[in-house]
Every structure is written in structure tokens, then in C-alpha cells.
Design a protein around this ligand. Structure first.
Ligand code: H79
Length: 498
């Protein structure tokens, strides 16, 4: 018996240490190296950017991602058989379930790409209604297919029956709606014969990979030159040994791209230092303007972010970014799930970017249309708690998420307490003191009182806000708390009978 208990304990320990290991490897706290090393290929702009473009990025709150390419024609399946890969990875489908000659079929799909219902303005209006402040479009995913008529490859939209430049239409339509456009670009390119994953060894391999690097550089400058209204690049597929080894080239490339497009925003997924350290260099310093590591996962703790800017890109299905025809095969996130993630992100100083995978005709999935509308309806009343806010220096609330803007504190309530009393916990040493509360959407004033729980060693004080019992909301709601600069004077607060 004792032995069984011991082995169960050992298994639990093993499981928890695996979870910890996982947390540290990707989504967990970053350990800062103990000693600094001299780096030639570290960050180009050390420290936080303070310019207007970066400030704009910081204030977006909500973004839209769009994965669109020839994989949209397949929609995650072929002839009714579901592919075991992520929908935008369907080209790599192999094994028993794969259709015969699948890669060849895939590589010819572009000849059918003719999205008759595509209307960039309609997408932009929808994104605007949802409340997105920036949009990221896949100009080229791993398959190498370009949504713009690149002159450096024949595998582009220009060779499809559709012909017209999709990137241009999107940049124009979204920019006209006041939504900033970022260009997703995959370094991995399965269509280019000079692309390789391992580091080149022989002279011939080096020559070939250098051709690929030049090709990549040409495409990036082509994008900047063709679409000068774009605000930044969202890079992907930068983890292969070949790219990691090209750190001198990528350092110079980043420098040149920034010089060619002042204000350009590039995340931490573009390049690594000379020791192969990605996202954060060998000194633990951020490479690029913001941390671009949060993909389908959110940080659990604000402290993990070290005050860096960041974004989190999120799918509606569990995985799969390109169009997936059949949503019934898995749980898809609801607007409650997504608004929760949005508020968690902005409460930690990040942007939340929701992915859409339109179909081969240029229509969003009906499930996406529904979610965009629901999120938009919520944002219409509550976006004040989303745009331009920062992390509030308070302990996380059990009821939801705090955000802050100037003298206003917002609490977005997801977990309404059964006693209808919302307790705000403020450090005794705080310099921002609550003075009143209301419901953001209706402006209804709420009763708030300072709660004297006697003198003890507690370093916090409490303000209790009453939610009227007859206030019924099926949606999360925002409590707006006005504050003023001052000091907590418990005696005075007691007298004030707030
Ligand atoms: O476009 C969507 C996906 O198709 C793409 N990124 C999003 C936005 C994507 N491609 N691959 N992946 C996501 C997952 C890749 C995971 C791994 Fe790795 C690459 C595991 C091992 C190599 C990067 C490096 C993550 C862990 C180590």
C-alpha cells in the first residue's frame, strides 16, 4: 500500500516537473542569465521604444489575424477525409489517410484560386465593427504561395485565375477604416528550391542558401515598397538551423528594413543572436520591438513579461489557422472565451489578436462572422477598458481583470460574486485612491465604501462596491472606478462614509 502511495507521489512529481519544464521552455517565466556577455548581434534598439508608431501599437488592444492562401480551398480536408495536420499545413499531409499524389494536387491548387466573393472592404468593415485596431495578413505562408504579385517567384496570386493583388486591396481597405496593417511573412518557403532547414555545409549548399537569403530580402523590400502604408512585419518560420546560422545577414537585414521604413515594427520572432538565442538574446534582452512568442497561449503571470510589449495570436478552433470547413469536430472558442482572453491580455499590457481563416471564395466562416459580431457588440459598450490601457499595479482580482487609463481603473467582471460585493484591494502605500464607481456601459453609479476591517498587519485596504441585485447581465461587464492621486488616510476615509 505504502509503495503504491509512493509511486503515485513520484508520478505526480514527474507530471508537475514536466509541466514546469514546459512552462520554462516556451510559455513560462524567462530566466535572466547571471552574467552579461558581449554581443555583436543583439538588439538593434535596446530598451523600450517611445516613438509614436510604437505607442500606437501599445494602444491597439485588439487585433485581427487573417490566414489566407491556397490551403483555404481544402479547408482542412479533401474528398471528405479530414487531414491530421493544421489546416494551413495541409500540404505536408502524408501516410495512409493522405490522398494519392497529394503534394502534386496541392501544388496545383493555385490554378483554381478564384475567390469570387472576396471583398476587402467587407472584411475591413467587419474588423472595424469587431473593434480591431490592427490586422495581420499572411502575405506568404510556409507553402510559399504569395498573395501579392511578387516578381521574384512564379508562385503568386498573379498566376491564379483571380490575378488581382490581394495584399494591396487589404492594405488599402483596412487603412481606410483606420485599421493598421501588418504583414505576416514566413521565412520557411517550401516552394523555393534553395530553401533548406539545416545549416548549409558545402560550398554548393552555401551558394544555394545565399540565393535564398537574397530572395527573402528582395521579397521583404518588395513588400515595403509596394505597400508603404504597412506598419510592420509579423515573422514566422524562423526556427530552422539555416536561418539561425545566418545571424550576420539577418542583423543587417533588420537594420536595412528599419532604415527603409521608419517606424517599422518587428517582433521578437525575426532573428537570433550569434549564439542562436531567439526572441531573447544571450543576455535575456528582447530582440525586436515586442515579445512575439505567445501563440495560442497566454502568460499566466504579469511578472513573466518583464514589462515588455507583447501580442498573443489566437485561433478559434484548438489549432489550425487556415480555413477549416467542419467546426463540429472540436470545441471552438465562444465570444466569452475570447473576451476573457482579450481582457487578460490587455490587463497584462499586451495585444490580443484573433485569427480568421476565410474560405476559398473569400468568405469568413459563418462561425467567425457570429463571433466577430458578438465581440463587436461587447466592444461597443466596453472598449474604453480595452484601448490605450495599461496594466494596473494591483494584485490580480478574483472577479476578472483590471486595466487602467490615467486616473481611471477598470475591472471587467467575469466571475460575479454571489453576495454582489466586489472587493477592491489596494496597498496601504498606494498613491491612487478610489473615489467612486459606476457601470461603464450604462454609467449607473454604484455604491462604494471604504471597508474598515480594523488595524492589523495587513498591508492592504479594501473598498467594497455593491452590484445592485436587479442588475442582470449575461455578459461580462466593466466596473469603472474613479481614483484621485493621494494617500490612504484610513481615519479620513472612515469619516468620509464613502
Ligand atoms: O501560421 C500559424 C502556424 O501555421 C505557424 N504559426 C502560426 C501563426 C506555425 N508553424 N509552425 N508552428 C506554428 C508550430 C511550430 C512549432 C515548432 Fe518549434 C517548430 C516546434 C519545433 C519547431 C518553435 C521552435 C516552436 C518550438 C521550437
Amino acid at each position: 500500500m505504502k509503495k503504491t502511495v509512493n509511486s503515485i507521489a513520484a508520478i505526480l512529481l514527474l507530471i508537475s516537473s514536466c509541466i514546469d519544464m514546459h512552462a520554462q521552455s516556451w510559455t513560462g517565466p524567462k530566466e535572466k542569465p547571471k552574467e552579461r556577455v558581449d554581443l555583436k548581434y543583439g538588439p538593434l534598439n535596446p530598451g523600450k521604444r517611445t516613438d509614436a508608431d510604437m505607442q500606437r501599437f501599445r494602444e491597439y488592444g485588439l487585433g485581427q489575424f487573417i490566414h489566407w492562401g491556397v490551403y483555404a480551398i481544402a479547408g482542412g480536408e479533401w474528398n471528405g477525409v479530414k487531414a491530421p495536420t493544421a489546416s494551413e499545413w495541409i500540404r505536408v499531409w502524408s501516410g495512409n489517410t493522405a490522398p494519392p499524389n497529394w503534394q502534386q494536387t496541392y501544388d496545383n491548387l493555385y490554378k483554381q484560386f478564384n475567390p469570387k466573393n472576396f471583398d476587402a472592404k467587407r472584411w475591413a468593415r467587419q474588423a472595424k465593427q469587431m473593434g480591431a485596431r490592427y490586422m495581420i495578413i499572411t502575405t506568404k505562408h510556409h507553402d510559399g504561395f504569395c498573395l501579392w504579385p511578387s516578381k521574384y517567384t512564379g508562385y503568386t496570386i498573379a498566376q491564379t485565375p483571380y490575378k488581382k493583388d490581394i495584399v494591396k486591396q487589404l492594405v488599402d481597405a483596412y487603412t481606410a477604416e483606420g485599421i493598421d496593417v501588418y504583414l505576416y511573412f514566413s521565412i520557411i518557403d517550401w516552394n523555393n528550391k534553395d530553401y533548406r532547414t539545416s545549416a548549409p555545409q558545402t560550398e554548393q549548399e552555401k551558394e544555394s542558401y545565399n540565393r535564398f537569403l537574397t530572395f527573402t530580402r528582395n521579397q521583404l523590400f518588395e513588400l515595403i515598397n509596394n505597400y508603404p502604408k504597412m506598419k510592420g512585419f509579423w515573422f514566422d518560420g524562423t526556427w530552422d538551423k539555416s536561418w539561425i546560422g545566418a545571424y550576420q545577414y539577418t542583423y543587417q537585414l533588420e537594420k536595412d528594413l528599419r532604415a527603409a521604413h521608419p517606424g517599422l515594427i518587428i517582433g521578437s520572432r525575426f532573428r537570433n543572436d550569434e549564439h542562436g538565442k531567439r526572441h531573447f538574446d544571450s543576455n535575456g534582452d528582447l530582440l525586436g520591438d515586442y515579445e512575439q512568442g505567445w501563440e495560442r497561449k497566454l502568460p499566466a503571470k504579469y511578472e513573466w513579461l518583464n514589462g515588455n510589449d507583447w501580442d498573443c495570436v489566437m485561433t478559434i478552433p484548438p489549432n489550425g489557422w487556415g480555413y477549416i470547413k467542419d467546426w463540429s469536430q472540436f470545441y471552438t472558442k465562444t465570444s466569452y472565451d475570447l473576451i476573457d482572453m482579450l481582457m487578460q491580455s490587455v490587463s497584462m499590457g499586451g495585444n490580443f489578436v484573433l485569427n480568421f481563416g476565410p474560405d476559398g471564395n473569400g468568405q469568413m466562416h459563418t462561425g467567425e462572422d457570429k463571433l466577430a459580431e458578438e465581440i463587436g457588440d461587447w466592444m461597443k459598450w466596453n472598449s474604453e477598458a480595452v484601448y490605450g490601457v495599461t496594466h494596473a499595479p494591483l494584485e490580480p482580482s478574483p472577479y476578472g481583470y483590471y486595466t487602467q487609463k490615467g486616473n481611471t481603473l477598470y475591472l471587467t467582471v467575469f466571475n460575479r460574486p454571489v453576495n454582489n460585493q466586489i472587493r477592491i484591494k489596494i496597498p496601504r502605500a498606494a498613491t491612487q485612491i478610489p473615489t467612486g464607481a459606476s457601470l461603464l456601459a450604462s454609467k449607473t453609479p454604484l455604491k462604494m465604501k471604504f471597508t474598515d476591517i480594523g488595524i492589523d498587519l495587513d498591508k492592504n485596504v479594501y473598498f467594497d462596491i455593491s452590484i445592485p441585485a436587479d442588475f442582470i447581465s449575461k455578459d461580462p461587464f466593466v466596473i469603472k472606478v474613479d481614483t484621485k492621486t493621494g494617500k490612504i488616510n484610513t481615519k479620513e476615509l472612515e469619516k468620509a462614509h464613502m
